[in-house]
Design a protein around this ligand. Structure first.
Ligand SMILES: [Zn+2]
Length: 166
């Protein structure tokens, strides 16, 4: 069976043998391509970006969503599921250093969005990112408080690199 789904102004066609398979495909498309706004500044002008880094004989490709607000330029890192499906998933946890980290990181209002401090050659720390957020208007934080709890519920799908048995 097939379905089409509209996510962030793009139309995706997915196909699966049954309902549960189709559900999984739709969920994956939404999770990967459905980012609506930057988790730090709220900007809705986002771009897909890839970065290639060569280390020894290995070449690594990093997938990131980039905030196009010139004052922000935050990024959301994506990991590749290790089930050979080639599917991506957003890394929603940041560690204390402000880097995406699925093992020691924590969920938060940042939703995985982080920023690189070019001057100091490291990520902006989590503390700094959160402090910055507090100084923003209360209205935005309050209006989002309901939606912000959602990523925690989907923790299982984000962290799991294995197929869930149906
Ligand atoms: Zn931003």
């Amino acid at each position: 069976m097939k379905a089409t789904i509209k996510v962030s102004q793009m139309t995706f066609e997915v196909e699966a043998e049954n309902h549960s398979g189709l559900w999984a495909e739709l969920a994956s498309v939404q999770e990967t391509f459905g980012e609506k706004e930057c988790g730090l500044c709220g900007c809705t002008d986002l771009s897909f970006a890839t970065r290639t880094v060569e280390s020894g004989k290995q070449t690594y490709t990093y997938h990131e969503m980039v905030c196009n607000n010139p004052k922000c330029r935050a990024r959301l890192a994506y990991g590749v599921r290790n089930d050979k499906s080639g599917k991506l998933f957003p890394k929603r946890k940041l560690n204390e250093a402000g880097e995406p980290d699925l093992e020691t990181g924590t969920y938060g209002r940042h939703r995985g969005w982080h920023r690189w401090d070019y001057k100091n050659g490291k990520a902006v720390s989590l503390k700094e990112l959160l402090g910055e957020e507090k100084s923003q208007s209360q209205g935005r934080i309050q209006s989002q408080s309901g939606a912000l709890k959602k990523p925690q519920k989907s923790a299982a799908t984000e962290e799991s690199d294995e197929d869930i048995p149906f």
